[in-house]
Ligand binder design. Structure first.
Ligand code: SAM
Ligand code: SF4
Length: 351
């Protein structure tokens, strides 16, 4: 394909029309290294036109390593008897937020397994307490599938955003990755409900999850087009000890970067993180993610003595520039590629 044709594709991606399956498929299958480099430079320009050379930071609090679900890929699955379990109480979560606030963060992300003891009511109390102490700051939740009433309660307690990756839009692939108790239909319904309730919604996938092929990625891109999320989380699959997929291949860093690029081109205003999984698999992963079109990083503020217990996959990075303790290292890394941290709330702004 020549660069003129690529410019025609760029026009398609930035247009309002639905991008056809064939186009996504061609992009994923037929481009050479030079063409991908061309697209990633365009994606970087698109991000810079919206966000300058700023990267938003969100403080990540991992509130529980208990989970009632048994997703086959995840180290926190209930069937993993080797996983170490902990749950933070309200005071610990507030202390994490205070620490992050003192460092200048304006978004707290509370993420955890689907812990039955952290009920909607309890979590709503935590969100309300955070919002009462920090009314100007944003609270993002990432605590899995809940009832419509649960989501509504959390929203009225003050939660601003919700991250729930759809993981795969294909029904059979979803069933391969998840226990029978979970379904892609319910996942999608949750996402639409969150949108209806006025959350800024994040979805996304793991790249290279077992059984994933190009047709699944095409379905994922088509689904994201339909959902129009405000945030998109794309990270490589990394095997986790104690799971059925412990011996599977890890996902591709290159494919992760390519998807970030395509998504930035398609969703110019989206908040797209350079994920911890990307940083875990590759030195310089954060910088490469930013240069591919990402514009968010989520440093970890979970209590230090518990941080290595949130083992969703093996060797997960949680110190170094992935931690709030080493923000200067993150700043230095970003400076190395001509970027800097933006401590603003970083809400979604459509045009
Ligand atoms: N329980 C909530 C959920 O599932 O949405 C939030 C916590 S879950 C650990 C957050 C994300 O971690 C999931 O959406 C999944 O994409 C990612 N994840 C889980 N296991 C992973 C693995 N082995 N490799 C890479 N990412 C993984
Ligand atoms: Fe639980 Fe989320 Fe892990 Fe699934 S991905 S086992 S829901 S923590």
């Amino acid at each position: 394909m020549g660069f003129d044709d690529l410019d025609a594709v760029l026009a398609l991606l930035s247009g309002k029309e639905t991008v056809k399956e064939k186009v996504w498929e061609m992009l994923l299958l037929s481009l050479d290294k030079e063409e991908w480099e061309y697209l990633s430079v365009r994606a970087r320009e698109v991000a810079q036109a919206r966000f300058g050379k700023s990267v938003y930071v969100r403080a990540l609090v991992e509130i529980s390593s208990y989970c009632r679900n048994n997703c086959r890929y995840c180290g926190l699955r209930c069937g993993n008897s080797g996983a170490v379990r902990y749950r933070l109480d309200m005071q610990q979560i507030l202390d994490c937020c205070r620490e992050a606030a003192a460092l200048g963060f304006n978004t707290f992300v509370l993420q955890g397994g689907e812990d039955s003891r952290q009920s909607d009511e309890w979590l709503a109390g935590v969100v309300a307490a955070i919002k009462s102490e920090f009314p100007e700051k944003a609270v993002t939740l990432s605590v899995g599938e809940r009832s419509s009433m649960g989501y509504a309660l959390l929203r009225s307690a003050g939660a601003d955003r919700y991250l729930l990756r759809h993981e795969t839009a294909d029904e059979a692939h979803y069933a391969f990755l998840h226990p029978q108790t979970m379904s892609v239909a319910n996942r999608k319904q949750c996402l639409y409900e969150l949108k209806r309730l006025g959350y800024q919604v994040g979805s996304g996938i793991m790249v290279g999850s077992p059984g994933q092929g190009v047709r699944h990625l095409v379905a994922d891109l088509m689904f994201l087009d339909e959902l129009q999320p405000q945030m998109i989380g794309i990270g490589p699959f990394i095997p986790a000890t104690g799971t059925p997929f412990a011996g599977e291949e890890k996902g591709s860093v290159e494919m992760t970067l390519r998807l970030i690029t395509l998504l930035r081109l398609r969703f110019p205003n989206a908040l797209i993180p350079a994920t911890t999984a990307l940083a875990t698999l590759c030195d310089g992963g954060t910088e490469r993610g930013i240069l591919a079109g990402a514009n968010v990083v989520m440093p970890n503020v979970t209590p230090l003595d518990l941080r290595d217990k949130y083992t969703i996959y093996d060797n997960k990075k949680s110190n170094g520039s992935e931690s709030v303790e080493q923000l200067s290292l993150l700043e230095e890394k970003l400076r190395g590629i001509g970027y800097h941290i933006d401590y603003g709330r970083g809400d979604y702004k459509g045009l």
